[in-house]
Design a protein around this ligand. Sequence first.
Ligand SMILES: Cc1cc2nc3c(=O)[nH]c(=O)nc-3n(C[C@H](O)[C@H](O)[C@H](O)COP(=O)(O)OP(=O)(O)OC[C@H]3O[C@@H](n4cnc5c(N)ncnc54)[C@H](O)[C@@H]3O)c2cc1C
Length: 480
Amino acid sequence: MNVAYDVAIVGGGPVGSVAALSFARSGARCLLIEANPHVVRPFAGEWLHPAGVRVLRDLQVPLCAANATVSSGVSVNPAGRGFVVFPEDRSAPISLDYPGELRGLAFEHHELVNVLRGMAADHPLIDYAAGARVNAWKPSRTTDGEAPTGTLTITDAEGAVHEVQTARVVGADGRSSWTRRLLGLPEQSTLISYNGGIRLTGVELPKEGYGHVILGGPGPVLLYRLSPEVVRLSIDVAPDQIELRRDPQLLLECVSPWLPDNIVEALKRALQTDRPVWMPNRFRPRSDYGSGPVALIGDAAGYFHPLTASGMTMGFLDAKCLVQSDSVSDYARRREAASYVPELLSNALYQAFTGQDAGTARLRRGVYRLWRGCAAERERLMRILGGEDTGCGSFASATVRIGWEAACATDPACPRPWQSLRDWQGLGLMSRWALWPLAGMLPGSVRRWMRPRSSPQSPFMSHRGAKAIEPQIRMAEIRD
Ligand SMILES: Cc1cc2nc3c(=O)[nH]c(=O)nc-3n(C[C@H](O)[C@H](O)[C@H](O)COP(=O)(O)OP(=O)(O)OC[C@H]3O[C@@H](n4cnc5c(N)ncnc54)[C@H](O)[C@@H]3O)c2cc1C
């Protein structure tokens, strides 16, 4: 370890490692501090959108096709063409392709993190302090014209304490961020749901090359291929569906009616030897990016539901933007604006895909109608999802169009649409959807005030007072 660095990065997860490599590429001397080098999240962060893939390619991260005979990098499933949504009404699946030549990637999370850490450790401008912990940060007094700096106190893996000088501190230390506490920022977050992940082997996906979103069960099921042999199945359940987390057989019973037969068989086989790994999905608005010489990136800045698989892409774009910014305040301004729409989209889609009331059911019919009928809207969604389009206007007009389609989407089971009470009730309940386009149209100053207070249920509801999402199926109904 040296005594002086241009930047010290706290946290060597995917985002901190990408930040270290990006700073080093610009000629900065970096210290990358990772407290738990042998512990990696079990299955979080396996799908990367095209904007995130571009960041990895720019850094020359070796990405090898998973079926390559000799692999010397991250083994990736290269055919991330987009997503295919299977509606709960069992109507035809809807393909949502990334525009043009854009492609996402899927891979084992730990492989990417290990390759990135290895690249950081080998880089001549990066010192990788594995097993080290930060204890304190003290900015130094500077005179006019002198570059600001400060002292970071670190305990290394052997227990020795070091003091290093650094001009900047970057917090990439995830959800329980030390750097956030250092800045005195709020730490609370809202529990949205739990995701159970399990690996399936020897199974073919209905539409290879796509991530699959299957609706209708206790919560959305995501399926994507990690390698020629392995498919990831991830099930979302509401916080109070404790039985589903405890009892794999009950879980199997509840999701099976919605899954293709070969997937059900593969899931049964997997459950004979394995249990799903459960991870909490939480929400903390991405509204704080640091101040002075201390910046926050990745999950330390905030996070939302992984339905849109955007966490790492957002984090990699944070790192890229920070390196290109003149100051932390410049970086904070740019990323606050660019992360607003992906956050709204994740919250709005999760609501639309999980709500069980007549209004949300009608809204979903509107979503399917729009996506089926309009290629431009499908492309717009995928641009927003992939981090290519972060315009508030784009989000607002997409949600207005969904609202319009939903207003026209009467219940197909009803013989006299518009004359049934159910249809009118659905229309009334759907009016809550109007909040999402409204949120997209907020002027920047109002948005910056509202956003730290927003909740996953509504951009206008207090984050502190947010209720847990309504359970999608009550346990009694499941047992029946
Ligand atoms: C169920 C689930 C599924 C997900 N799926 C996807 C997906 O498909 N695609 C996607 O893009 N995102 C996904 N995400 C989100 C994604 O996992 C995160 O956005 C991503 O891991 C954030 O990376 P990070 O480096 O900011 O934080 P982390 O991955 O949490 O890394 C933080 C690092 O900092 C270290 N650290 C913490 N404190 C200290 C300290 N004081 N000193 C030193 N080191 C410290 C930790 O040991 C850790 O290595 C998913 C999340 C969940 C919960």
